[in-house]
Design a protein around this ligand. Structure first.
Ligand code: CMC
Length: 443
């Protein structure tokens, strides 16, 4: 089966492509959908009804799973837009609360909208006190992502009044609650793991300041948040806020397509983000740098990364969509230097090793030919380590920042009148029907 090149224009004005099945000799017209930007899309929704055939695309490398107005990525140009604004512009001129508003509502807020939004988020930062007992039930050495998946899933047991997804007001309250409570949950997961008392949120601080305060303050002494670190934290949040239909966002959409409540859907997204090929890569970058240990061992690890028989991959390099550069990585590279200057850690041996690895990999023909460039995780791990976060917290911070993207995408899906439960098909490769063998006759 192949599709004839070039689009035909039907009498109705609908552009179509002709698909010819050379086995049966049948031809079918597939509508072509044009987005505002990005490649054209063959609409195969009616393909099964028309042809009795499925399409096969594990990993969704050629499949648009939904339509969306939120985020656009051009992987060839290294372009990332949120509601039309470049990520560089937002990281430079905006702050995380504005970006949250933009993702949720479609436009940047004016002054009063921003004040109202910030107060709605601030108003929801505290957790139900009963949740503290829930935290205390975990082992102290639990991975904070395990704690976060559990705690966020449990929010639906504490906030019943915002789980009716058919009510727009409840959807908005749930969205605010999720964005507001994630820093509190993340900081509590950290505090529990290091055996320090939980620190309650402070409403006079900005979103990023409050998170740093809840994470690093102790009741015994005053803690002043560094403006440089708060700005870097805010920037990390902006750069991770949304990224189109990646694995965790698609997980949230799939979970939500059944009508599951938003807290359960975001917990599913967190579980998906945890993997080392996705959000877990920032932790994996640091562990890899520690494993490499010194600059003279870089060539050895580069050879391992190229060896198809070795499962080792260069963590923090490569991306499914970006095939020239990751624009988020460029912004974070600058922040990494600012933060290390502020903290007096310019001579950090791990950063030195990371920079040398970046230099060598970018001039290595394997990485150049395959267009494998440092991604956002390559730099975020370095900054977060310098700030004092243990590597187990890196993915937690990614989840915190990505919550707004998940929520915006979930809302968009629920509010789409054409929304259906996600139910992919399969290419079955197992046995055909066969007779049951009683246990005493099995080999
Ligand atoms: N090190 C060595 N080789 C690599 C790497 C790497 N990091 N990434 C891709 N390749 C090779 C891969 O072996 C393949 O080679 P070949 O064509 O000879 O089979 C080729 O490059 C294409 O790779 P792919 O696996 O088909 O690409 P993908 O789109 O399926 O995978 C990826 C994308 C991000 C999972 C992968 O690049 C990877 O595992 N990177 C390391 C993990 C990482 O940094 N992940 C964070 C992604 S950014 C954060 C986010 O958005 O979640």
């Amino acid at each position: 089966m192949n599709d004839s090149k070039g689009a035909a224009q039907q009498a109705s004005g609908q552009k179509t492509a002709t698909l010819t099945d050379h086995e049966t000799g049948e031809s079918y017209e597939l509508p072509i959908l044009d987005g505002n930007m990005g490649p054209r899309v063959y609409d195969v929704r009616k393909l099964y009804a028309q042809t009795g055939a499925f399409t096969y695309d594990p990993g969704f490398t050629s499949t648009a799973s939904c339509k969306s107005d939120i985020t656009f990525i051009d992987g060839e140009k290294g372009q990332l837009l949120h509601r039309g604004y470049t990520i560089q512009d937002l990281a430079e001129n905006s702050d995380f609360m504005e970006v949250c508003y933009l993702l949720l509502h479609g436009e940047l807020p004016n002054r009063s909208e921003k004040t109202e939004f910030e107060s709605a988020i601030t108003y929801h930062t505290m957790l139900h006190e009963q949740m503290l007992y829930f935290f205390r039930g975990f082992r102290r050495d639990a991975h904070p992502m395990a704690v976060m998946v559990g705690a966020v899933g449990a929010l639906s047991a504490f906030y019943h009044d915002s789980t009716d997804i058919t009510d727009p007001h409840q959807r908005m309250i749930a969205s605010h609650r999720l964005i507001a409570k994630m820093p509190t949950i993340a900081a509590m997961a950290y505090k529990f793991s290091v055996g320090q008392p939980f620190i309650y949120p402070r409403n006079d601080l900005s979103y990023a300041e409050n998170f740093l305060y809840m994470t690093f303050a102790v009741p015994a002494e005053e803690y002043v948040v560094s403006p440089t670190l708060a700005r870097a934290m805010d920037r990390i949040f902006i750069l991770h806020a949304d990224h189109e239909q990646n694995a965790s966002t698609s997980t949230v959409r799939i979970a939500g397509s059944s009508g599951a409540n938003p807290f359960a859907c975001i917990a599913a997204g967190i579980a998906s983000l945890w993997g080392p090929a996705h959000g877990g890569a920032n932790q994996a970058v640091l562990e890899m740098l520690q494993q490499i240990g010194s600059k003279d061992r870089i060539p050895e690890f580069l050879e391992r990364a190229k060896d198809k028989d070795d499962p080792f991959r260069l963590m923090g390099f490569g991306h499914r969509v970006y095939k020239n550069h990751d624009p988020r990585a460029q912004v974070l590279r600058e922040s990494a230097h600012e933060v290390l200057d502020e903290l007096g850690k310019r001579d950090d041996p791990l950063l030195d090793l990371a920079m040398e690895l970046e230099r060598i990999a970018l001039s290595d023909s394997y990485f150049v030919e395959k267009k494998l460039f440092p991604n956002v995780d390559f730099y975020s791990g370095i900054i977060l380590k310098a700030m004092g976060f243990p590597s187990s917290m890196f993915t937690v911070l990614f989840a915190l920042a990505r919550t707004v993207g998940w929520v915006a995408q979930w809302k968009e899906m629920i509010e789409d009148p054409g929304q259906k439960i996600s139910r992919p098909r399969q290419l079955y490769t197992g046995y055909g029907p066969r007779d049951f063998v009683p246990q005493d006759q099995r080999d």
